[in-house]
Design a binder for this molecule. Structure first.
Ligand code: ATP
Ligand code: MG
Length: 232
């Protein structure tokens, strides 16, 4: 599903990723951990074509990122769905319409999308909030709308950047159950997180630990210091 070989990425003089190599099979769950600034978001952005690959080789969901043309990005994003750190939902649309839009732009008529939209809103505990304008939802509710929107399209690969950042413990549990459900049905998941609780929710997941843009040994689980060190 994903293969990186010697990938390096820089912003100006600074290398955000340095010689990163890893492979991920279809249906695997991978956590990205590491201090703030370690390169987690940069790695995820490469995977959905938001950054052009500087150096090295990479493939994702059948696309060669080295040769990715701008015109192929919509096709890539049909297979790869993203849950952003700063979730971007449309504030003046309802939760329902935000989620339905993801299917509409992929050409699915409303008659076919309605059941899926309502199903995912129910799974996210948003059925009572479905027809309220999103700007009037709480931060955690808005985040769940964003997650519902990413998941409703049944992507092959879900990329999630700190998806539980705004959620309390109960909602985090609930959300991780939903990610696990997708993963159980064969969706590949890559999730960046600082949270030990989140890591512990998927004990069988692989962990890729980044330090200053490099992969460090991932044989043993990261210590508390490695997870939280450097953060306020
Ligand atoms: N658009 C950009 N322009 C310049 N530098 C950038 C840009 N995006 C990221 N960087 C730099 O690249 C490095 C890696 O950033 P990245 O956002 O990938 O870290 P991160 O691991 O996601 O951190 P966090 O846990 O805080 O989200 C950082 O030093 C950051 O300052
Ligand atoms: Mg980040």
């Amino acid at each position: 599903m994903v293969e990186f070989k010697g990938v390096s990425q820089r912003f100006g003089q600074q290398w955000a990723l340095h010689d990163v190599s890893f492979a991920l099979n279809k249906g695997e769950f991978l956590f990205l951990t590491g201090h703030s600034g370690a390169g987690k978001t940069t790695l995820l952005r490469l995977l959905y074509g938001a950054l052009r690959l500087d150096l090295g080789r990479a493939t994702v969901a059948g696309f060669d990122l080295t040769k990715l043309k701008r015109s192929q990005i919509p096709e890539l994003r049909r297979r790869v769905s993203v849950v952003f750190q700063d979730f971007k939902i449309l504030p003046n649309l309802t939760a329902y319409d935000n989620v339905a839009l993801a299917l509409k732009v992929r050409g699915l008529p409303r008659s076919q999308s309605d059941r899926r939209v309502r199903g995912i809103l129910r799974a996210m505990g948003l059925e009572d909030r479905a027809y309220i304008k999103s700007e009037r939802l709480s931060g955690g509710e808005q985040q769940r709308v964003a997650i519902a929107r990413s998941m409703v399209v049944n992507p092959k690969l879900i990329l999630a950047d700190e998806p539980t950042g705004n959620l309390d413990a109960d909602l985090t549990d609930h959300l991780m159950d939903i990610f696990r459900q997708f993963y159980t049905y064969g969706t590949t998941v890559i999730m960046a997180t600082h949270s030990r609780e989140v890591l512990e929710r998927v004990p069988e997941a692989r962990i890729l630990h980044l330090e200053q843009g490099r992969i460090v040994d991932t044989a043993s689980p990261p210590t508390e210091i490695e997870l939280y060190g450097g953060l306020p």
